[in-house]
Ligand binder design. Structure first.
Ligand code: F6P
Length: 323
């Protein structure tokens, strides 16, 4: 193996730069050249390739986002579009690829492998929705951002005896909500997998108002409610002066945490080892603190971890404070 490429795809995530650095350093150590591909699969079909030096790895490891740029390219599902990518790679003599991204990038990596370009994927997304990995690159940083924001919102809600609806990202995965609810002791939380109705939320907040609870945090996963309309409804039912905050893209940026840097770099080293061994069509994950490589096809059928038990236990604890 003489030349490999690396790209970041889908929504960016803190730690992606550490993964890029891990690919560059471990490939260079084995005498392999690394080409950075700009803007994900879009750059792949357009031949936007730049040779990466080892020097640049130090400049990028503390930065959020991805220095390579990222994009979503739904057309990559089409074989004729993927053929353009294969042609570009062959023209540049690039034999294999590391794809850093979320589940939207999975199938592209699998199909390219079938077309003769070995690809290994790294789980890069703040959503933590890649079932083949206990954690994804970016989740820890985003979680800490959410927790820091909620702590700040709590300060002002407590000062003013208010309630706050806080909307959190995660696409269809509620992990950011569940983990942040535990980290902030949010009184009410509605993650994607265990949604509450508007009525259930209002009833719980009303009970807290009845015991003169000083402030209330209601954490909700995105794509469930209109946060402002929900805040208005809670205010009507509970009497709390209620505000809404959508944390939005603040959750995607920022310096990666130590955990994200560690996962990203070590998973990247592992991915390069797999490519050197001539393997492809794999997705790297972390399971019980061990890096694992799984066939992309098999990861698609893995069950999602069940958080119901922990969600219910926390809800019971929260309800105890009402009695
Ligand atoms: O997948 C990461 C993510 O931030 C999701 O949590 C969110 O639903 C989506 O991307 C937002 O995408 P965009 O940045 O394109 O608005």
């Amino acid at each position: 193996l003489k030349k490999i490429g690396v790209l970041t795809s889908g929504g960016d995530a803190p730690g992606m730069n550490n993964a890029i650095a891990g690919v560059v350093k471990s490939a260079h150590a084995k005498g392999i050249e690394v080409f950075g591909i700009k803007d994900g699969y879009k750059g792949l079909i357009n031949g936007w390739f730049t040779k990466l030096d080892s020097d640049f790895t130090l400049d990028i490891i503390s930065k959020g986002g991805t220095v390579l740029g990222s994009a979503r390219l739904p057309e990559f599902k089409e074989e004729s579009v993927r053929q353009k990518a294969v042609d570009q790679l062959q023209k540049h003599g690039i034999e294999a690829l590391v794809v850093i991204g979320g589940d939207g990038s999975y199938m592209g990596a699998q199909r390219l492998t079938e077309m003769g370009i070995n690809c290994v994927g790294l789980p890069g997304t703040i959503d933590n929705d890649i079932v083949s990995s206990d954690y994804t690159i970016g989740f820890d940083t985003a979680l800490n951002t959410v927790i820091e924001s909620v702590d700040k919102i709590r300060d002002t809600m407590t000062s003013h005896n208010r309630a706050a609806v806080v909307e959190v990202m995660g696409n269809r995965c509620g992990d950011l909500v569940t983990y942040a609810a535990i980290g902030t002791q949010a009184e009410v939380f509605s993650p994607s997998e265990s949604k509450l109705t508007e009525e259930e939320i209002c009833i719980q907040v009303k009970k807290l108002a009845d015991i003169n609870h000083r402030s209330v945090i209601i954490l909700i996963s995105e794509k469930q409610f209109d946060a402002k309309a929900l805040a208005k409804k809670i205010q009507e039912v509970s009497g709390y002066d209620t505000r809404a905050t959508i944390l939005g893209h603040t959750q995607r940026g920022g310096r990666p945490t130590g955990m994200d840097r560690y996962l990203a770099f070590t998973a990247a080293m592992f991915a390069v080892d797999k490519l050197i061994a001539g393997e492809g069509g794999l997705y790297i994950g972390i399971e019980n603190n061990q890096l694992v490589a799984r066939d992309i096809e098999s990861t698609l059928n893995m069950p999602k971890p069940d958080r119901t038990q922990i969600i219910n236990k926390i809800r019971i604890l929260n309800s105890k404070q009402i009695k």
